[in-house]
Design a protein. Structure first.
Ligand code: GLC
Length: 537
């Protein structure tokens, strides 16, 4: 801890999507020994913690988010010994490991569900959500699945429907049942006992559903082309008040292992609703994921307003966090283009709050078009053509310019991007102006200057599509100027007695600043003030 801040406040989290990180045995799917073999990359990059998407036994209907054993390792990813080695090696390097916890649903192959569906009298029947048919024999209500179609699956053998917020192979667990709840908390304990540093908790806003099973109301804002699940407002299926008791129970378990264990919650919610996930008196998640950079228009005034609104909404003592990408959303370099992706990296890594970086974004990977016969994601298979599929953002990391990018010696489970001859780790490591070089420089600057991680955030301006803010810590002051446009901008009234510490173009470090500053197209700069003592807290 620096200055009384926890590691997860000053640190940077890096998301590993293990299937696509590094394959070590030629089966075309990444694995734990593969992650171990690539830790030098992550350490040189300068990240503090890895969040690894699910590595548990799973039939892979949703690529690991359908868990059939919460405390095991899928053989595809390796063994428990591989896991322990990875954890030990991360700790030896001063890095942390965060696992993915998927509490909302299990796989339909989980022994609990097998028991639950075996008979209405089974002791585990109510570990899942079973309902009688509606009077007409149809589903109990109008609830829809995130991945298309209805959310109720008929079970002829026992004459009831079960609820699944996602695939029918992902039956929802019943967190109102004390036995289920304790069994899930025990799974957390197993991993905490092994030494993991925390969890990213999946789909948490879905965890509790309306006890009365009321119909969801229609959404007047739904339009053709939008995901079919949005036809309804998810009034009774997400963000139910009782979810906070369950989160607090998870937090008590984590806190039982010391104050350094971290819980991050995944909930795509408006800012005001999201704040409740810090919990009453901060008894919930330390970091409820803030996904709002993914959806806010990339324009200075809109971003300034987002940052202001989010900062103002935080509960007392609540720590901010920011996300630019993950395994579910279009990559930042595709959303914004290569030039603005560099500016976005500077924003992410100089805002107040914990940043999460998605694997591959550090080399500017883009969404990869997937030929129809290579589609893997069930979402795309169920609802093709709307751009909902997530395969394009899950393609393997190209480590070098070889035909298989050094990712595998076999057939990769998803194709590599057509640009991997250029967009790869080795090529960018050798190029002092690359996206990778920029990420390394940003992370190094952030580590060297605590103002950039834990310092106060001070908005300055958002004119002409240039976003300007400052970070203050003690007598240290930095100003960040981000040109969000592809044209040159002059920024006036930049105080004298400052030096450029970093440009997204990586070519003007150390230049003195005086009065006005010319920002090139797609350029962001961090300037450091020489006048120590004037901006102090
Ligand atoms: C989360 C995961 C996503 C998964 C879903 C169901 O949103 O990030 O990948 O499909 O939950 O578990």
């Amino acid at each position: 801890m620096a200055d009384g801040f926890a590691w997860w406040q000053s640190g940077v989290i890096y998301q590993v999507y293990p299937r696509s990180f590094q394959d070590s045995n030629g089966d075309g799917v990444g694995d734990l020994p593969g992650i171990l073999a690539r830790l030098d990359h992550l350490q040189t990059l300068g990240v503090d913690a890895l969040w690894v998407s699910p590595i548990y036994p799973s039939p892979m209907a949703d690529f690991g988010y359908d868990v059939s054993d919460y405390t095991g390792i899928h053989p595809l990813f390796g063994t428990m010994e591989n896991f322990d080695r990875l954890l030990a090696e991360l700790h030896r390097r001063g890095m942390k490991l965060i696992l993915d916890f998927v509490p909302n649903h299990s796989s339909d192959r989980h022994p609990w569900f097998q028991a639950s569906r075996s008979s209405r009298d089974d002791p585990k029947r109510d570990w899942y959500i079973w309902r009688d048919p509606a009077p007409d024999g149809g589903p109990p209500n109008n609830w829809l699945s995130e991945f298309g179609g209805g959310a109720w699956e008929w079970d002829a053998a026992t004459g009831q429907y079960y609820y699944h917020a996602y695939l029918k192979e992902q039956p929802d667990l019943n967190w109102r049942h004390p036995g289920l709840r304790e069994a899930m908390l025990d799974a957390l304990r197993v991993w905490l006992d092994r030494g993991v540093d925390g969890f990213r908790v999946d789909a948490i806003h879905h965890l509790i559903k309306d006890a009365q099973f009321r119909d969801n109301p229609p959404n007047p804002g739904w339009r053709e082309g939008m995901s079919p699940v949005r036809r309804l407002i998810r009034l009774h299926t997400v963000d139910q008040p009782e979810v906070h008791d369950a989160i607090a129970a998870m937090r008590r378990v984590a806190d039982g292992y010391g104050p350094d264990r971290l819980l991050i919650g995944e909930a795509y919610l408006p800012i005001d609703q999201l704040m409740a996930y810090y919990g009453a008196d901060l008894t919930g998640f330390q970091l409820p994921f803030n996904f709002h950079l993914l959806s806010t228009p990339w324009e200075a005034k809109a971003l300034a307003a987002l940052i202001r609104t989010y900062e103002a909404a935080l509960p007392p003592g609540g720590w901010p966090n920011w996300v630019l990408g993950n395994h579910d959303r279009s990559r930042v370099a595709s959303r914004l283009g290569a030039g603005q992706a560099r500016v976005a990296a500077m924003l992410l890594l100089t805002l107040r709050g914990t940043p999460t970086l998605y694997q591959g974004d550090e080399i500017g990977m883009t969404d990869v078009a997937i030929p129809p016969d290579r589609v893997q994601d069930p979402w795309e298979k169920n609802i093709p053509g709307l751009g909902l599929g997530r395969d394009p953002v899950r393609t393997p990391i190209p480590w070098d310019g070889g035909p298989l990018g050094g990712f595998t010696t076999g057939e990769p489970w998803l194709p590599l991007g057509p640009d991997h001859g250029r967009v790869n780790v080795a090529a960018q490591a050798a190029d002092p102006f690359s996206m990778l070089a920029l990420h390394r420089a940003l992370l190094a600057l952030r580590r060297a200057e605590p103002a950039l991680s834990i310092g106060r955030y001070e908005p300055v301006s958002a004119e002409d599509n240039v976003l300007v803010y400052e970070r203050h810590h003690g007598s240290d002051r930095f100003r960040v100027l981000l040109n969000l446009s592809a044209v040159e901008r002059m920024v006036d009234a930049v105080p004298d007695a400052a030096h450029i510490r970093l440009s997204t173009h990586l070519d003007r470090g150390g230049e003195p600043v005086s009065g006005a500053l010319r920002l090139r197209p797609d350029e962001g700069v961090v300037i450091g003030f020489d006048d120590k003592g004037k901006g102090g807290e």
